[in-house]
Design a protein around this ligand. Structure first.
Ligand code: URA
Length: 272
C-alpha cells in the first residue's frame, strides 16, 4: 500500500521546523541529543563500583569542574607530538560539555601543519559539524576567497577556539573556550606559525583576554601569550566572514586587515 503524501503539507512542515531553528536533518527519525548527553553525564558521574581510579570530570560549569577539565586537556595535549595525534586526543577528550550537547564529531583543523599563519575562528557551525572540517560553509567559502585574493591559499592552518559545534549555533562560553585552550595552545606549539589571525569577536576576546568588541580590536596588532607564558606571537583580530556576509560594506575593513597581515608575514626578518 502506498501512502499519498501531499507535497504542500511536507513543505509546510519543513518550513515550520526551519522557523523553529532546525536547519539540518541527518536521519529518518529524530534523535534527542540533549537526552543522550544528559544520560552520558549521569553515567559518568556514577562512582566506579570497585576500582578506586579517578572519576572522569563531570563538567557542570562549576569552576572546580572547569579547572579539572582544563588540567586534563593540558595533560592530554602535552603528550601529542604532531597534529594527527592532537586531533585524535581532541576527539577522545570528554571534558568539554559541548561534546555531549548534540555535536556529531570533533572539528579540529585544515591546512598545512607547517603553515606560517594560523587562523583561529570561533566555533564549528552546522556545515563544519557535518564535514568534520573548520570553515567549510558559506563563511568558510568567503574566507577562502579572501585568502586567495591575498595570496594566502595553502599558507594558513585553520582552526577554532572550540572543537565542537555549540547547540543552536550559539557563541561558545568562556568556560568551553578555556577547556579547549590547552589543545589550541598545543596546536600553536606544533605548527609554529609566525602570526595569528583571530577571526571574530569570540576568538579575539578569548585569545587576547580583552573585553572590547571586535570593531574596536580589529586591524591592530596584539601580542598573544600562552597560559604558561612559554609562547608569544603577534596576533591580528579581524571581522568574521559571517559578519561580512551580513554587512558586505565592512569587507573593505577586512581587506585592509588582510593587507596588514600579509605585509608583516612577507616582511623579511630584520637582522638583530
Ligand atoms: N565560523 C567559525 O568561526 N568557524 C568555523 O569553523 C565555521 C564558521
Amino acid at each position: 500500500m502506498s501512502l499519498a503524501v501531499d507535497p504542500r503539507a511536507v513543505e509546510s512542515l519543513l518550513a515550520f521546523w526551519a522557523d523553529a531553528g532546525v536547519e539540518a536533518s541527518y536521519a529518518d527519525q529524530p534523535i534527542d541529543r540533549l537526552a543522550e548527553g544528559a544520560a552520558l553525564l549521569r553515567a559518568r558521574s556514577q562512582p566506579p563500583v570497585s576500582t578506586p581510579v579517578a572519576r572522569p570530570v563531570l563538567v557542570s560549569g562549576g569552576s572546580a569542574d572547569v579547572t579539572a577539565a582544563v588540567a586534563r586537556a593540558r595533560a592530554s595535549a602535552a603528550e601529542c607530538q604532531d597534529i594527527t595525534a592532537l586531533a585524535a586526543a581532541i576527539a577522545a577528550f570528554d571534558g568539554c560539555p559541548l561534546k555531549a550537547q548534540g555535536a556529531r564529531q570533533a572539528v579540529v583543523s585544515r591546512g598545512p601543519v607547517d603553515a606560517p599563519l594560523m587562523i583561529i575562528g570561533e566555533c564549528p557551525g552546522p556545515d563544519e559539524d557535518a564535514a568534520g572540517r573548520p570553515f567549510v560553509g558559506r563563511s568558510g567559502q568567503l574566507l577562502d576567497r579572501m585568502l586567495k585574493a591575498a595570496g594566502l591559499t595553502d599558507r594558513a592552518f585553520i582552526t577554532n577556539t572550540v572543537f565542537w559545534r555549540p547547540p543552536g549555533n550559539r557563541t561558545p562560553t568562556a568556560q568551553e573556550q578555556a577547556i579547549c585552550a590547552p589543545f589550541l595552545e598545543r596546536a600553536v606549539a606544533l605548527v609554529k606559525p609566525r602570526l595569528l589571525l583571530l577571526v571574530g569577536g569570540a576568538s579575539a576576546k578569548a585569545l587576547l583576554k580583552r573585553d572590547e568588541g571586535i570593531l574596536a580590536l580589529r586591524g591592530r596588532w596584539f601580542e598573544w601569550t600562552s597560559a604558561d607564558g612559554s609562547q608569544e606571537l603577534p596576533a591580528l583580530p579581524t571581522l568574521h566572514p559571517s559578519f561580512l556576509l551580513r554587512q558586505p560594506a565592512s569587507k573593505k575593513k577586512a581587506w585592509q586587515d588582510l593587507l596588514t597581515l600579509t605585509e608583516r608575514l612577507d616582511r623579511p626578518d630584520r637582522p638583530h
